[in-house]
Design a protein around this ligand. Structure first.
Ligand code: ZN
Length: 160
């Protein structure tokens, strides 16, 4: 099927030429996640810029995401695609995108990805048919959620 071939090409492209790979500063928080069943690892950093002195909350802009990683093509490509999608968004927007991607990964191959929302991440719809690979696709997204939650917590501690 032509669509599958196109999606496969997108994944391979990101795997061969990952975007935003290599840890960068400044960053607000860092998270290290592993997927032991496949041997995938990611260390991921987020940098957030508060909107109008609001502090770091859901309206903060994701000014940077950088990462270092090793593992299978699915996990590596997913990290690259995610950084492209989320950098420049607000935390709230990015959380909605992450929820849409997580939902797609749990769709058992039945999901119909909204390409307007998910862009290249829509290419992972075929992965949702393979339970063992879903964690590969979600690894970087989990690390991003973790690092973002840490950034928000730090802000709360600082304010109290
Ligand atoms: Zn993997």
């Amino acid at each position: 099927m032509q669509l599958d071939a196109m999606y496969q090409e997108i994944i391979l492209d990101h795997y061969r030429n990952p975007h935003n790979k290599g840890l960068r500063d400044p960053h607000n928080a860092e998270a290290h996640h592993i997927n032991p069943t496949c041997g995938d690892e990611v260390t991921l950093r987020v940098a957030l810029t508060p909107s109008n002195g609001n502090g770091i909350d859901g309206s903060a802009t994701i000014s940077d995401i950088s990462y270092d990683s090793m593992g299978c093509s699915i996990s590596q490509a997913s990290a690259s695609v995610m950084t492209d999608l989320l950098i420049g968004r607000t935390v709230d927007e990015a959380m909605r995108t992450a929820d849409a991607f997580t939902e797609l990964m749990h769709s058992k191959g039945q999901g119909e990805p909204d390409e307007d929302v998910l862009e290249d991440a829509a290419a992972f719809v075929g992965v949702s048919k393979y339970p063992a690979r879903i964690k590969c696709a979600l690894l970087a997204w989990m690390a991003w959620k973790d690092a973002t939650a840490q950034s928000l917590d730090k802000e709360k501690e600082g304010a109290s």
